[in-house]
Design a binder for this molecule. Structure first.
Ligand code: F3S
Length: 75
């Protein structure tokens, strides 16, 4: 068995402040005073928000959001 952990990350070099990510999932993204996005905390995606995370990735016009899966073998 393996345990998968998903994380989102916003590339600040690519983000242009379209805010679609925040509209889709304010649970995962935060905006600064200029409307630029960043992931909340360490970007950890709870299991029930994975669909929203994928939607945010697909809807960012700048392709600034990445979703990565870290798989750690169980001890
Ligand atoms: Fe930025 Fe894309 Fe969100 S441009 S504000 S990461 S939709």
């Amino acid at each position: 068995m393996t345990a998968a952990t998903f994380r989102v990350h916003v590339d600040p070099e690519k983000c242009q402040g379209h805010n679609r990510c925040y509209s889709i999932s304010p649970e995962l993204f935060d905006l600064d005073e200029l409307g630029m996005s960043s992931e909340i905390g360490a970007g950890l995606v709870p299991a029930d928000l994975i669909t929203k995370a994928r939607l945010a990735v697909a809807n960012c016009p700048e392709h600034a959001i990445s979703l990565t899966e870290e798989t750690e073998p169980e001890e």
